[in-house]
Design a protein around this ligand. Structure first.
Ligand SMILES: [Zn+2]
Length: 184
């Protein structure tokens, strides 16, 4: 795991990967690893909605007490309908429909795949409190899905006005397998 400047990267592929929660924004309560995994399972459930491109996402507002949270939006890749409807964008659109374009700083987006530069930039512009992903760009590429090779961390580091939580590798062993076994 690499941790620098408030960004965390868990490169461990094992299911028992010891992710470390970090609340880089005062708005976010501490989130335990088990809670990150529970939220990621919701994103994985969303991903099942697209068997070819199982990119699913949820936006959660974690409870201040550190136990549980509220799902504020969800989405799955619908790039057959529009090239910009990656799972994260579909999820952000659902969030705005349900909650308005407000309150982003109190929320965390969980996504089955590392956000591409388009999605990561959109999340930065929104001022989201945190971004947690499962499979890395490398893991997705190994499943035969084209990727623009700009890491989410690179977009975050190039965004001086964003100080949120970035965490990768949560349940990556499961999602790597899901991408490899996707419908072709
Ligand atoms: Zn994307």
């Amino acid at each position: 795991m690499i941790s620098r400047r408030g960004l965390l990267w868990c490169g461990c592929a094992a299911a028992a990967c010891a992710t470390v929660p970090l609340s880089a924004r005062a708005a976010l309560p501490p989130i335990a690893t088990v809670q990150h995994e529970a939220f990621m399972r919701l994103a994985i459930a969303e991903a099942r909605g697209n068997p070819r491109y199982p990119f699913g996402a949820v936006i959660v507002r974690p409870a201040q007490g550190g136990n549980g949270g509220e799902v504020m939006g969800k989405g799955v890749n619908d790039s057959g309908a529009s090239p910009i409807l990656h799972g994260e964008i579909a999820c952000m659109n659902d969030y705005v429909r349900r909650n308005g374009n407000t309150g982003w700083g109190d929320t965390v987006l969980y996504t089955t795949g590392e956000p591409c530069s388009m999605c990561m930039s959109a999340l930065m512009w929104a001022g989201i409190g945190g971004v947690v992903f499962a499979s890395s760009i490398d893991g997705i590429t190994r499943a035969g899905i084209d990727q623009i090779r700009i890491r989410a961390e690179a977009v975050a580091e190039a965004t001086p006005f964003w100080k949120g939580l970035l965490l990768g590798g949560v349940l990556a062993a499961e999602t790597d397998r899901m991408f490899l076994e996707r419908q072709r």
